[in-house]
Design a protein around this ligand. Structure first.
Ligand code: GLP
Length: 237
């Protein structure tokens, strides 16, 4: 695992954007794994700026998002579909047909989970996966205790995660109880992974990851078994 310590959120965003830009420039039809949350907003802004400056094209890029809430409309302001469009897709030349998010409104959610993993496989697998980390060590929506063998699946969100994510909803009671998420096994299949974390709240999670102890009680720890992970972090001391 490669560790890059940064001083500011902007620096973290820039370092991460450079890794993603290089990936796209070297392989224009890259398959990217993308994440939502406060952590990647700055990186997406930077990618948009590089695109607008003419340095980066998403024309052949395919993207797969990690997760989506179950039971809210795609068009809802709080859906991850909306988040991705408002932060990245609306401002770059990506083709709508190349954008994939799990469908949390599918009539048959189990089928949707299997189909999502299959779609990723058919695209040739994820070249570069972006991850944030929850304060309890969750990645995507894989909460503590999630099996390292899990593929895309439906999960019940913990109270801690629902509270953290309540800021995106008008009322905390509106935060969905379930989500559809790529499992740890699906995430580990990515050829390369970049994890970003900034701020005091993430301190404990980063320290725990650094300690090197691998356990399903701390989902991010499975990344220690992946051959190509870069952690860009800071603001934690
Ligand atoms: C959510 C997302 C995760 C994300 C985490 C941290 O639960 N499902 O993918 O990594 O929150 O979010 P933030 O970057 O806002 O701290």
């Amino acid at each position: 695992m490669k560790w890059i310590e940064v001083n500011t959120y902007e620096e973290m965003s820039e370092v991460a954007a450079t890794i993603f830009s290089k990936q796209i420039q070297e392989k224009p039809d890259s398959v990217l794994g993308l994440a939502t949350g406060g952590s990647p907003v700055g990186m997406y802004k930077e990618l948009v700026a590089r695109h607008q400056a003419g340095h980066l094209s998403f024309k052949e890029v395919q993207t797969f998002n990690l997760d989506e809430y179950v039971g809210i409309e795609q068009s809802s302001p709080a859906s991850y579909f909306t988040f991705m469009h408002e932060n990245l897709f609306n401002f770059v030349d990506i083709q709508p047909k190349n954008v994939y998010l799990p469908n949390g409104q599918a009539a048959n959610l189990a089928e949707e989970c299997a189909a999502y993993d299959k779609r990723i496989e058919e695209a040739g697998g994820i070249d570069l996966q972006l991850l944030g980390i929850g304060v309890n060590g969750h990645i995507a929506f894989n909460e503590p205790g999630a099996s390292f063998d899990a593929k895309t699946n439906i999960v019940e969100l913990t109270e801690s995660t629902r509270t953290e994510n309540a800021i995106y909803f008008d009322d905390p009671s509106e935060v969905p109880t379930h989500a559809i998420t790529m499992g740890i096994h699906s995430i580990m299949k990515a050829k390369e992974i970049v994890l970003i974390a900034f701020g005091e709240k993430k301190l404990a999670a980063i320290e725990k990851l650094k300690s090197g102890h691998i356990t399903e009680e701390f989902p991010a720890s499975q990344l220690l078994n992946h051959p190509n992970v870069t952690v860009i972090y800071g603001g934690t001391n």
